[in-house]
Design a protein around this ligand. Structure first.
Ligand SMILES: Cc1cc2nc3c(=O)[nH]c(=O)nc-3n(C[C@H](O)[C@H](O)[C@H](O)COP(=O)(O)OP(=O)(O)OC[C@H]3O[C@@H](n4cnc5c(N)ncnc54)[C@H](O)[C@@H]3O)c2cc1C
Length: 351
């Protein structure tokens, strides 16, 4: 019987596993370190809030997770109005897969880890503990725990199993990798209301040019292709895709979209709906919620743990909820046009 089983070893799960080394913990992730195995589709940009969270843990980023080039600005294109502006940014450009592997490497050896293992079924037993069915190398096994943590991202099995009525607004993120063909690598952010009410991005990484976007599920791939066509006319060079990836991405639309769990089931990171609705930045929230939950868990399971976790996450929920008020200025065409036209906070480019 484990004290805690953590499902998912993204930034949220691996951080919690690192912080819970005094408990009997099992963590399970379907990812493997084998090339070509599951990799999280991501822009791989570490935002200042995530950098601050790492600083709080007194962690420094190894050079091995960084990619070339490091970027200082975002080129913002509004395809509806034809406006382009540049804004200063303070992101760290990194290899997301290497970043996840580095976070996993920080988990102390006493924490049991199953990688390349998919959780297929979850059940609460009569005594309140949990049975977790895990499939690894074609074999099935069941492990038992007093508490369950869903750190399993946007399409969380834990959330779907225990909180099926809890629906969060979601999009399909589609990303393609191309050999870099631009003279000068860049990072861009694209608003194109004809294809999505969210946004798209491009970023250069180690000789590759990545283009991706978050689209309403209906016709997402066709929307992606139409956007590529439109951007080709703006000077974007795509060529032949080296890799195509897609996944669900959450975009909370209100306070009720955050789901922290109850009765021994906890949700952290994107599984809890903790992701910025304005920028889709989620790594910092994964770190913060993992830290908050680690501090809330006591020796033995008790309802107090849930109260404390909910209370300690109030600041995070408030921060993400307040970002909803920023959304109209980014996503309502006339307000965005007005902001971009005004040039507020933009930087002039000298050629
Ligand atoms: C295309 C895209 C680009 C993004 N770009 C950025 C960015 O540049 N910067 C940023 O801060 N955020 C970005 N985000 C958001 C960010 O990636 C997520 O919010 C963040 O990864 C959430 O961390 P997490 O640990 O909660 O979940 P995840 O990182 O999604 O990790 C979940 C883990 O659970 C595992 N898992 C899931 N189901 C199971 C199962 N049944 N059994 C076993 N294991 C399971 C998965 O293998 C995965 O490792 C982006 C998201 C997308 C989709």
């Amino acid at each position: 019987m484990f004290d805690v089983i953590i499902i998912g070893l993204g930034p949220a799960g691996s951080t919690l596993a690192r912080l819970l080394s005094d408990k009997k913990v099992l963590c399970v992730d379907k990812k493997t370190s084998v090339p070509g195995g599951f990799e999280k589709p991501c822009g791989g940009l570490l935002a200042p809030d995530a950098q601050k969270a790492l600083a709080r843990f007194e962690l420094t980023l190894p050079k091995s997770v960084l990619v070339d080039p490091q970027l200082f600005s975002v080129r913002t294109l509004d395809l509806a109005s034809g406006l382009t502006r540049h804004y200063q940014r303070f992101y760290v450009n990194m290899d997301r897969n290497k970043f996840d592997r580095w976070l996993i490497s920080l988990i102390p050896p006493q924490v049991e880890r199953l990688e390349g293992a998919r959780v297929t079924k979850l059940a609460r037993q009569a005594d309140g503990t949990f049975a977790v069915t895990i499939c690894q190398d074609g074999r099935e096994r069941t492990e038992y725990a007093k508490r369950l943590v869903g750190a399993d991202g946007a399409d969380s099995l834990v959330r779907r199993t225990f909180f099926p009525k809890h629906q969060v607004r979601w999009y399909v993120a589609v990303q393609q990798w191309f050999k870099e063909a631009h003279e000068s690598p860049f990072y861009s952010c694209i608003f194109d209301p004809s294809q999505t009410d969210c946004y798209s991005w491009s970023v250069s990484k180690d000789g590759y040019f990545i283009f991706g976007g978050a689209y309403p599920p209906d016709g997402c791939r066709a929307r992606f292709e139409r956007q590529k066509e439109a951007l080709s006319k703006e000077g974007f060079r795509f060529g032949k895709a080296v890799k195509t990836e897609a996944c669900r991405v959450l975009r909370p639309a209100g306070w009720k979209d955050f789901c922290l769990g109850e009765k021994g089931v906890f949700l952290i990171g994107e599984a809890a709906g903790f992701i910025s609705p304005s920028s889709l930045e989620g790594i910092s929230s994964a770190f913060i919620s993992a830290r908050r939950l680690a501090a809330s868990l006591e020796e033995e399971p008790s309802p107090r743990e849930h109260c404390r976790y909910a209370r300690d996450c109030l600041g995070l929920r408030l921060k993400l909820w307040l970002k909803l008020f920023k959304c109209p200025f980014l996503y309502m065409p006339f307000l965005r046009k007005w902001v971009m036209k005004s040039g507020i906070n933009s930087i002039g480019i000298i050629r």
